[in-house]
Design a binder for this molecule. Sequence first.
Ligand code: A3P
Length: 287
Amino acid sequence: MSQSDLYMFYHGFCLPKLAYTVDSLNYFESFQVQDDDIFVITYPKSGTTWMQEILPLILSGGDLTPVLTLQGYERVPWLEEVRSAQVVRKLSAPRTLISHMPCHLMPSTFFSSKAKVIYITRNPKDVAVSFYYFHQMASFLHDPGTFEEFTDSFLAGNVMFGKWTDHVKSWKNPDLGDRILYITYEEMIQDLCEVIKHISCFLNHRLSEEALKRITEQCQFKTMKQNNMSNYSLVTPEIMDNSKSPFLRKGIAGDWKNHFSPEYEAKFNAFISGELKGTGIRFPWDE
Ligand code: A3P
């Protein structure tokens, strides 16, 4: 299929037509945000599915029912996808919602609300690798070509939701003050229990030691991989073919080292630091 068959354009970046329509984006734009809403915001392949596991478990106090009975998009629905309206209607407060949108495109009611945001970033080199394999298994995305061809497109923003650097810059928004919690995929890999504790404090939802332990275990990569409500195995292979590359693929930090040549890494680093120059944005993986 050609790229124009696969994608529509929204504010300069492409979105797969299978998941996004003019109606779903109208719904997104006119969404009525409530003060107690909780948003998870990510650039694709940064830990979205992981947080769709963690957040409902924090709010349930460690009761596993939501993650064993509902699929990720039913627990923490997408704000901008075709299924949103019908899923959001069923949520009780506090509503948990997920989005890949840059900050400046959020619905106007978001800015006047007190809704909280958990923003996850991941080393962009690992994002590029994960995205590359996702393109191989998702029929609604274009054929990625070679790894370097795909990563050139990733840097240029010719992938869904545009440039990684634009997304990160957009969400470093000082106006959000203490409404936003920034966490990294790498911190979650390093000490998941500590990150869960941190999120529960941010949400004023303290957890018992026992609940914390249960949530940490349920959100391990190997446990999620076995959970059919979280591993995308229930999606038809015509849409996502887990035999080509599993959605929950490796779940590690640093797989980029198996994919980047030294020359390509230098080019990638120079591009990212050029884009972030003057913003003061720094990440643990830069140290
Ligand atoms: P890999 O392709 O590197 O394995 P998203 O949900 O934003 O699309 O991100 C998907 C990435 O998050 C995949 O990365 C996936 O394996 C990883 N992931 C999901 N759950 C995880 C977990 N419990 N632990 C570690 N990584 C996880």
